[in-house]
Design a protein around this ligand. Structure first.
Ligand code: ADP
Ligand code: ASP
Ligand code: MG
Length: 400
């Protein structure tokens, strides 16, 4: 069997953890399997790199940021190869440049475009454990890129797809995917399995346990994932196409504080206004999330929407630039202290009243809803960020 195993930062945070991971990999190797291991930077090292960069330059060039990021993962794989060597097992560490893990040039948010598997296959053939840096790639011009924070999961899934691996295991610091973040919701329950679609929504709406693109890719290439703990031997959570219905209305609750609201007030109530507004934003690569348009009154209307916090300044600047010409409006308001709280579950498709139940939980907790957005399998509300944990717990308690 060919197994791809990915270990996150906490799983390789110190010498003891590195040896723990080395032993777990060697166990599979000694059973005769081919083992490919993807590692993240040790502990919170990536955050340390961010602080170092911002201390030198509060607005570091994105290319240089990626250049800096890559050292974190490189340290992990080299130390892991040394640990395995000391345990008498041959291993080789490879970075994205050595593998050739090709991506687009979008520094800090690059997309994988192809993986050259030849070197990896050769190393496996000579019976080595192959250790690969997560999160990083190279573009056509040989610049280092990164896949976005948490991107090592995506590296692992991409490798599993490219190598036609039999298993792809994501090892982390919790026992699997829970009905809410177990660090903030004491009653959160571990799920035995979850569909790609539900996991994709949870990950995109703030459940940081998996990088959302890794789930997207797993679905596209039909890579079954197992999320489990590196610190114990419990079963974990399987992420796959279809699961047994457990009779629960929802699979989980997620929250995301990385959001900001923009309200464009007093737009002309005419055809094409929404198109112009969102077209300007799209041209600047700004992703827009929840959108709310007011009923037109006196020839004007308001449109509010949310963007990621990082995009707020650019979004406002873009709108301001077009205010006098194509986007006539009275004013642009912003609000940063907001958070999204979402419920996700295929069960809500066939059960009316799920949204109402969520709103009731928020009402009982005295939390005001600022915006609402829904899809077939999700309901998201925007609230004051200070109430996030209270809201998540209240909603979770209502459903579980
Ligand atoms: P790693 O470094 O292993 O990639 P991450 O910190 O990226 O680990 O992801 C694991 C963390 O995700 C957990 O420690 C947990 O706090 C958080 N998390 C958020 N939502 C969930 C959820 N629904 N289920 C499990 N963990 C969650
Ligand atoms: N080390 C990177 C990060 O902290 C990538 C990862 O952990 O997946 O975001
Ligand atoms: Mg992660």
């Amino acid at each position: 069997m060919l197994i791809v195993k990915k270990f996150g930062g906490t799983s390789v945070a110190d010498k003891e953890r590195i040896f723990n991971v080395a032993r777990r990999c060697i166990e599979d190797y000694k059973k005769g399997n081919d083992v490919v291991v993807v590692l993240s930077a040790m502990g919170k090292f990536t955050d340390v790199l961010v602080s170092q960069a911002k201390d030198i330059n509060p607005n570091p060039p994105k290319r240089e940021m990626d250049m800096l990021y890559t050292i974190g993962e490189q340290q992990s794989v080299a130390l892991m190869a040394m640990a395995m060597d000391s345990l008498g097992v041959p291993a080789v560490s490879l970075n994205a440049f050595q593998v050739k893990m090709y991506t687009t040039s979008a520094y800090g948010n690059a997309r994988l475009t192809g993986i050259d598997t030849e070197r990896i296959k050769n190393e496996l053939e000579s019976r080595k454990i192959v250790l690969i840096t997560g999160f990083q790639g190279v573009d056509k011009m040989d610049n280092y890129t990164t896949l976005g924070r948490g991107g090592s999961d995506t590296t692992a899934v991409a490798l599993a797809a490219a190598l036609h691996a039999d298993e792809c295991e994501i090892y982390t610091d919790v026992d699997g995917v829970f009905t809410a973040d177990p660090r903030h919701v004491p009653g959160a329950r571990k799920l035995d399995e979850i569909t790609y679609d539900e996991m994709l929504d949870l990950a995109s709406l703030g459940a940081g346990v998996l990088h959302n693109r890794s789930v997207e890719m797993a679905k596209r290439y039909n890579v079954q994932l197992v999320v489990r703990s590196s610190l114990n031997f419990s079963e974990g959570t399987v992420v796959k196409e279809a699961v047994k219905m457990e009779g629960t209305l929802i699979s989980g609750v997620a929250s995301d504080k990385n959001t900001a609201r923009i309200a464009v007030i007093g737009l002309e109530d005419q055809p094409g206004v929404a198109f112009k507004l969102f077209d300007h934003l799209a041209r600047h690569n700004i992703n827009v999330d929840i959108i709310l348009q007011s009923v037109g009154r006196g020839g004007t209307k308001d449109i509010s929407f949310t963007v990621a916090k990082d995009d707020l300044a650019e979004a406002v600047a873009t709108i301001e630039r077009h205010r006098e010409t194509s986007l006539r409006c009275e004013k642009v308001d912003t609000e940063e202290n907001v958070a999204k709280v979402s419920i996700v579950g295929a069960g809500m498709m066939s059960n009316p009243g799920v949204a109402a139940k969520m709103f009731e939980a928020l009402y009982d907790a005295g939390i005001n809803i600022k915006m609402i957005s829904t899809s077939e399998i999700r309901v998201t509300v925007l609230i004051d960020a200070q109430h996030t944990e209270k809201a998540v717990n209240a909603v979770h308690n209502k459903f579980f």
